[in-house]
Ligand binder design. Structure first.
Ligand SMILES: [Zn+2]
Ligand SMILES: [Zn+2]
Length: 220
């Protein structure tokens, strides 16, 4: 559990890395993915924060390692609103997509949650408190994968959860889309990359080489 930069935290890993932004407003706390365990989320009390104040949760894609704790989170913080891209939304809102979401691999009984909003198109911005969360459609790993860019004190932080892959037919992966998506992320020149399974990558030169390395490993 550590502060990456003012108001931005890496809570640790439960299935995936879970990140939190304190919006410093009535929009409360914003999670990027829920991970698999509500216990990890509850531990923000160690940071002096209250899990009941999590009011928004942006889901980067439909995989179970990023979403399994959502229903428990809803029970804990009734006011929490979930967001995901339209192309991944059905598997988050409905039962019966267990090979897509990898719930069957993990042996998890996924409990669906209702989204506040289905993000559409190439880019949607969510203004939450003092921060703008740019939700960028970056298909490849899954059809509705998004990456989230937030600028904090002139530092560009990119939450690019599964930009390393993997890529499977059952996920609806597409390597041509992936190449275009990664080029789009390179063009952002982010200072810090918060990755789903590789933790925090910085400075900007390391972010660029991380993305380029995975692009090269995953040519169509
Ligand atoms: Zn994934
Ligand atoms: Zn993942």
């Amino acid at each position: 559990m550590k502060e990456i930069i003012k108001n931005v935290y890496h809570l640790g890993d439960s299935g995936c890395s879970v990140y939190l932004v304190n919006s410093q407003s009535e929009d409360g706390l914003v999670l990027i993915d829920s991970g698999m365990s509500i216990d990890l989320i509850k531990r923000i009390s160690k940071l002096g924060l209250n899990a009941n104040n999590i009011k928004h949760c942006i889901l980067t894609h439909f995989h179970i390692d990023h979403t399994a704790a959502c229903s428990d989170l809803k029970n804990l913080s009734k006011q929490v609103k979930f967001y995901a891209h339209d192309l991944d939304a059905d598997a988050i809102e409905e039962k019966g997509h267990d090979s897509k979401t990898a719930a069957s691999w993990y042996g998890v009984d996924y409990k669906p949650i209702k989204l506040e909003k289905r993000l559409k198109g190439d880019l949607e911005n969510l203004q939450l408190g003092i921060y703008e969360f740019q939700c960028i459609h970056t298909p490849g790993h899954t059809p509705g994968s998004i990456s989230v860019l937030v600028e904090v004190e002139s530092t560009k932080i990119l939450f690019g959860q599964d930009i390393h892959g993997p890529f499977y037919k059952s996920f609806g992966s597409n390597l041509e889309d992936y190449q275009k998506s990664m080029q789009r992320l390179l063009d952002l020149n982010a200072d810090i990359l918060c990755e789903g399974h590789f933790g925090i990558i910085k400075p900007a030169s390391e972010v660029t080489s991380f993305i380029q390395r995975h692009m090269n490993m995953n040519r169509p």
